[in-house]
Design a protein around this ligand. Structure first.
Ligand code: PEP
Ligand code: MG
Length: 591
């Protein structure tokens, strides 16, 4: 009988193949003491192992730079720093000298101590750091124990689905997308560094499967759907048939993408829709263009800094923004200022643990408190404005004072650039990302200070419904079609129209056919979606009339429950769009 496991989607794609269990663990290290005359020899062995590990990590870094770009390759920095960290090096050397432990034992011991220490501090960034620590530990210990380096994926003789407890960036970057069909792990989140890399490498991935590395066996047949976060082990004939059908549809669809991407995004009755892309990494910009984006509606700049051990430099950010602007000479590129905190913690900020990080020091709050971080971003943005229609968007704004403060800071940085003779375009726009009920209810005030609105429904839903967007137990309650959300969308749309400013939606709901339909029905004529969803969204838009969507939205606004809202939309869109065909691609659920 087949065994189905659901986790979280981290990188999309549907694949089938044999499982390869990747064991990447810290080895058992025997307790070994050494004779006093061997002490210096062990210290030297430890230093040599560190040097070797440094060489390996530098190698990985250059592979990453080649495959993904120099910015992404920076995720190896923390590991390089840790190899020379005095707490690691001095502590280990002391155990060799004073306790006469073998280099392997001393290093193992010291790393365990440091891990325990970091866990005790309960700093959220620890999660990130522990993964890096373990990566180093595994590498150096295998070297010191004279064992072959684990996790060798080169020797595989057929394409596989890798199953592991967790991955690391250095393992992921070694994966050749032609030979690694997909990845399924017990741990990890969509924002884990390795998952970000997997997305950039287009390797379908499912994370948070809890025990997949224990239940799966080497060579076992599996089908995996990275879009809905599911893996099926030992699929039966029915599963295989469903897989084949969906694969075929997906392939047909992929062939259609090229054609669709060139068509106008316009409804059947002639309403044009601006469709832009959400990107997490600069390397995704080209994909966005190829998939028909008219611009970038959300550039999540925090992924330039998460996992970094030092503050990002202005020049590097400028280059990233410039690259995006130049990729879209005729379209807007919306740069969202750092949305740090919540579930994204760069190491260098040393953020302390909070009881409710999503209600805590996050996004604009962090930027306004840490001008040493924020000012270089503002300068980089200003400098890049000469390369295209670059717009700045402020996340998690609750009131106008936050917008006014950012405008003040921008004014100061403009003055500084003028003094230095550095060019910028003064007519850039500053917009607000509405993500809280406070902002939605206060939209009329905010509209007087913002050049545009975008609605971040991912957060708006969690804050309106008090449902943590990352809590799998509450997933059934996290509903963007809740009447309270629909009403806020309507309210913001009306305010924006009255104020004469553009309003768009960049949350995931815009990529759902029902969501697209509702938003157009609410007179929100601009949306931004993850780039893989662009062709589908374009296709949906071309199949219905905006007048019908408006009628359905009116009914949805009067609906008493989420279920009723959904029903109004399904009935409305169902008259013109074959929803089953869309859901066949859109939600490739097996079984
Ligand atoms: C949102 O909240 O809808 C949004 C687009 O931002 P993020 O998903 O990055 O929080
Ligand atoms: Mg958000």
């Amino acid at each position: 009988m087949s065994l189905v496991r659901d986790g979280y989607p981290a990188a999309e794609g549907m694949v089938s193949g044999p499982v390869h269990i990747l064991t990447w663990g810290v080895p058992e290290v025997p307790h070994e003491t050494i004779a006093p005359e061997r002490i210096e020899e062990e210290v030297e062995r430890f230093d040599a192992a560190r040097e070797w590990a440094k060489g390996r990590i530098l190698e990985m870094r250059s592979i990453a730079a080649e495959r993904l770009g120099t910015m992404e390759a920076r995720i190896f920095e923390p590991q390089l720093l840790m190899l020379d960290d005095h707490e690691v090096v001095d502590g280990t050397t002391r155990y060799i000298r004073e306790n006469r432990l073998s280099a392997a034992r001393a290093f193992d011991w010291r790393m365990l101590e440091l891990q325990a220490l970091w866990i005790r501090t309960q700093n959220p960034m620890v999660l990130d750091r522990l993964n890096d620590v373990e990566d180093l530990q595994v590498r150096v210990l295998h070297r010191l124990l004279d064992r072959p380096e684990p996790g060798d994926l080169e020797a595989l003789d057929e394409p596989v689905i890798v199953v592991a407890r967790n991955l690391t960036p250095s393992l992921t970057v070694q994966m050749d997308p032609d030979r690694i069909l997909g990845v399924a792990t017990d741990l990890g989140t969509r924002t884990s560094h390795w998952a970000i890399l997997a997305r950039s490498l287009a390797i379908p991935s499912v994370v948070g499967l809890l025990d997949i590395s224990r239940v799966a066996t080497e060579g076992q047949e599996a089908i995996m759907d990275g879009r809905i976060g599911r893996i099926v082990l030992d699929p039966d004939d029915r599963d295989r048939e469903v897989y084949r059908q969906r694969r075929r549809r997906l392939q047909e669809w992929e062939e259609e993408i090229d054609l669709i991407s060139k068509l106008d995004a316009v409804t059947k009755d002639g309403q044009p829709v601006a469709i832009r892309a959400n990107v997490d990494l600069p390397s995704e910009v080209d994909q966005a263009r190829l998939h028909g984006a008219e611009g970038i509606g959300l550039f999540r700049t925090e992924f330039l800094v998460v996992g970094r051990s030092s503050m990002p430099e202005e020049e590097e950010q400028y280059q990233a923004y410039r690259q995006a602007a130049e990729a879209f000479p005729d379209g807007a590129v919306v740069i969202r200022t750092y949305d740090l905190g919540g579930d994204k913690f760069p190491m260098f900020l040393q953020m302390t643990r909070e009881e409710n990080p999503f209600l805590g020091w996050r996004a604009i709050r962090v930027c306004l408190d840490r001008l040493d971080l924020f000012r270089p971003q503002l300068r980089a943005f200003l400098r890049a404005t000469i390369h295209g229609d670059l717009r700045m968007m402020l996340p998690l704004v609750n009131d106008i004072e936050e917008v006014m403060r950012v405008r003040e800071l921008l004014g100061e940085e403009e003055e500084a650039l003028k003094r230095e003779g550095v060019p910028f375009y003064a007519g850039y726009k500053v917009g607000v990302l509405l993500e809280t009920p406070a902002a939605a209810l206060d939209a009329a005030e905010l509209a007087r200070h913002a050049d545009f609105f975008s609605i971040g429904t991912n957060d708006l839903v969690q804050y309106t419904l008090a449902v943590d967007r990352t809590n799998p137990r509450l997933a059934h309650l996290y509903n963007p079609f809740h009447p309270s959300v629909v009403r806020q969308l309507h309210q913001v749309s009306r305010v924006a129209r009255a104020a004469g400013i553009e309003v768009s939606v960049c949350g995931e709901m815009a990529a759902n056919p029902l969501g697209t339909y509702l938003l157009l029905g609410l007179d929100i004529p601009s949306i931004s979606v993850p780039w893989p969803a662009l062709p589908e969204v374009r296709k949906v838009i071309r199949e219905f009339r905006v007048e019908e969507a408006r009628a359905a939205a009116r009914k949805a606004l009067a609906a008493p429950t989420s279920r009723d809202v959904t029903r109004c939309l399904v009935e409305g869109i169902g008259a013109s769009v074959d929803l089953a065909a869309f859901s066949g691609r859109w939600s490739l659920s097996l079984g």
